[in-house]
Ligand binder design. Structure first.
Ligand code: SF4
Ligand code: SF4
Length: 434
């Protein structure tokens, strides 16, 4: 794609990077076929190619974002299916990240939109606040249908719908400290506790700690780590996102310096994609660029790490598992085979739902901010999963677990919960209550 940025514009490293990305696009349109919003809405401006044109036009003309750009960029899930599909290697992720920051800096959203976004940014990344919000949301649930009748309040209705019916007890899986392994020590890793996951489903990291302990891996839950920053990053809130990243980089570098780390284990693929991008996010910060790159290089999804540990092959279990690959897993981190191979080796029969490349509509806060499109994608995803006639669904991201669980009666678990059970851990509660 031809571009015509001025030398002054290109002096801005963010613009210079976007220009390089734009120039790789050859308008072929292959990406439209796998874009969930184009497949759902059929509008070119809701396709990757359409959005690339909108972003180019906005940046090249040095214009503030307008309502049209904001509408179509807001509808993008950042699922990155287009990145997987693109034959020219267009780095859409960093282009849309730049566009979202530009929107945040130059566009004044309607009052209710601003308030809802402020609320999400102030609550979701903080486990204590999020836990309180989940308790309150449970009480407010009966009002969800009422809120959904008013267009500007629909996100609040969607939020109440997503609140779990029961709230998990607080777990010590997120308590800082070192877990000495049960078996002879053969590795040392740090684990990300995260923000929403320990509140919504602490059983995921509990299963991870048990499994790694039996495999001889020492696990550190470092003091001071927090949200990876993805939630605010996807809202275009650059500074808070970078602050979250810097805080975690400091924490993990301290652990690397103190006892060494073989990996930083992440059990939510949405967080994994962001942490693997810390090196890029902080590349212009001389105090953090090198440290952030080091942290990104050590970040591993739990299934990626377990694949290096040669787990033994087990007898078939007679349990059919539909594997839902989160977008951040398959498109963001390009991890496609490891989770399925681990499940198969552990004795599960793995089934691939049709249209596995399409997002379930969760996408961070998307299911709150774009509830209509999200609901259509969820219904499509659930149809495809239920068609596999699976006994259980496995996936690697808490966002997908929360989203899909509200659409089907099939139990949905994190892949590591099934693996922990198969290799000697307790049966996951979601299965024992079937
Ligand atoms: S990130 Fe996903 S929703 Fe956004 S343009 Fe690409 S394929 Fe479409
Ligand atoms: S597939 Fe790649 S090169 Fe083709 S239109 Fe989409 S982004 Fe551009």
């Amino acid at each position: 794609m031809q571009t015509s940025f001025t030398p002054e514009q290109l002096a801005d490293p963010h613009v210079a990077e976007s220009e390089k990305i734009l120039r790789r696009c050859v308008h072929c349109g292959f990406c439209t076929a796998t874009c969930p919003t184009y497949v759902t809405l059929g509008n070119e401006l809701d396709s990757p190619r359409g959005r690339i044109y909108l972003i180019k036009d906005m940046l090249e003309n040095g214009r503030a974002a307008d309502e049209e750009v904001v509408t179509h960029i807001d509808r993008c899930l950042s699922c990155l299916a287009c990145v997987t599909t693109c034959p020219s290697g267009v780095d859409y992720m960093h282009l849309v990240d730049h566009a979202r920051v530009h929107i945040e800096k130059t566009y004044r959203r309607p009052l209710m939109d601003r308030l809802i976004r402020d609320l999400l940014a102030a609550v979701l990344p903080y486990p204590a606040r999020f836990r309180t919000a989940v308790v309150l949301a449970k009480l407010g649930r009966p009002f969800a249908p009422l809120l959904k009748r008013v267009s500007a309040l629909r996100p609040l209705g969607a939020m109440l719908d997503l609140a779990p019916a029961s709230i998990a007890r607080p777990s010590d899986a997120a308590t800082p400290g070192t877990r000495v392994p049960q078996a002879e020590r053969r590795g040392r890793v740090a684990i990300l506790s995260g923000c929403a996951q320990p509140v919504l489903d602490p059983g995921i990291n509990e299963a991870t700690l048990r499994l790694l302990s039996r495999l001889g891996i020492e696990v550190v839950v470092p003091e001071g780590e927090g949200c990876c920053g993805a939630l605010v990053h996807h809202m275009g809130r650059e500074e808070p996102a970078l602050d979250f990243a810097r805080r975690n980089v400091d924490v993990w570098i301290r652990e690397i310096d103190n006892g060494g780390l073989d990996a930083i284990i992440i059990t939510a693929s949405g967080c994994g994609t962001t942490i693997e991008d810390y090196g890029h996010m902080l590349r212009l910060d001389p105090a953090y660029a090198e440290k952030a790159a080091k942290v990104s290089a050590l970040a591993r999804d739990i299934t990626e790490y377990l694949s290096t540990l040669d787990l033994p092959k087990l007898e078939p279990k007679g349990l059919n598992v539909a594997y839902h690959s989160a977008c951040s897993m398959q498109h963001g981190q390009k991890i496609t085979l490891a989770p399925k191979n681990l499940l198969k080796a552990a004795g599960f029969t793995v089934r691939d739902p049709a249209e596995g490349h399409l997002c379930c509509g969760s996408a961070g806060t998307y299911n709150i901010l774009q509830p209509e499109i999200s609901a259509q994608l969820k219904a499509r995803k659930v149809r495809n999963i239920e068609a596999t006639k699976a006994d259980v669904i496995a996936t690697g991201n808490i966002g997908c677990i929360t989203q899909i669980a509200t659409g089907t009666a099939i139990p949905i678990l994190h892949t590591v919960e099934l693996l922990d059970w198969a290799y000697g851990g307790p049966e996951p509660q979601k299965l024992s209550v079937r």
